[in-house]
Design a protein around this ligand. Sequence first.
Ligand code: TPP
Length: 240
Amino acid sequence: MVVGDGESETGRLATSWHGNKFLNPVRDGAVLPIIHLNGYKIANPTILARIPADELEMLFKGLGWTPYVVEGDDPAANAPADGCRAEHCVTEIRAIQAATRANPDVEPERPRWPNDRPADAEGWTCPKELDGHKLEGSWRRTRFRFTDPVTNPAHLKMVEAWMRSYKPEELFDESGALIAELKAMARRGRAGLRRIRMRMAGCCGSRWRCRTSRVYGEGGEAGARFRCRRRRRWRIFWAM
Ligand SMILES: Cc1ncc(C[n+]2csc(CCOP(=O)(O)OP(=O)(O)O)c2C)c(N)n1
């Protein structure tokens, strides 16, 4: 589960770090939280990225986790190590489960589940700057947009170079469809995102019967209204 550093300081998520207290390694599943520590949330710095690494480590240890940390701040150079660390965490989770499940009659001690923390730049792989404003590695990446690529050839070129940097020819076939290898990675059936009840704040308890009816509020007022067809009533969920 990848969690943004901004997201992870919102009330409910900040509290949910304590969810490990209720996990029974014999009976329950496990979650590997991967905290995407990229320094910013919307237009502000994040708290977790503003405390020293040793303090952050102590924080998560105090919350009962075994934190794993990336060294260095070059995301491209870190990528292979990120993969290895994540794999190590999964192996550790499996080992905890195997050890406790081998003796299901023994009351298990609460394990210190791992959590992982890669450090990427905010907006990593977006253009470095736009009209003199730093984008990658800055909160500005959510605030500055290409508004005129139709009339501004220089901006159009930048957008094209940016999009091509993701190598679309390796992701889509000639007809523009996603290649089979990637399609096969999507979760299906009951595990598919559309079928997960919690996907919209646990919206109404029916499987994919809710649809977003309209989002109201201009320019960032966070409030979405969902219509629940099964119960035939309106509900309002506030995201903030
Ligand atoms: C529960 C909840 N509270 C608040 C918000 C409002 N919100 C939208 S984006 C955001 C910050 C996201 O920052 P981060 O997780 O660091 O993502 P990044 O900026 O790196 O993409 C917040 C707090 C939300 N979506 N959900």
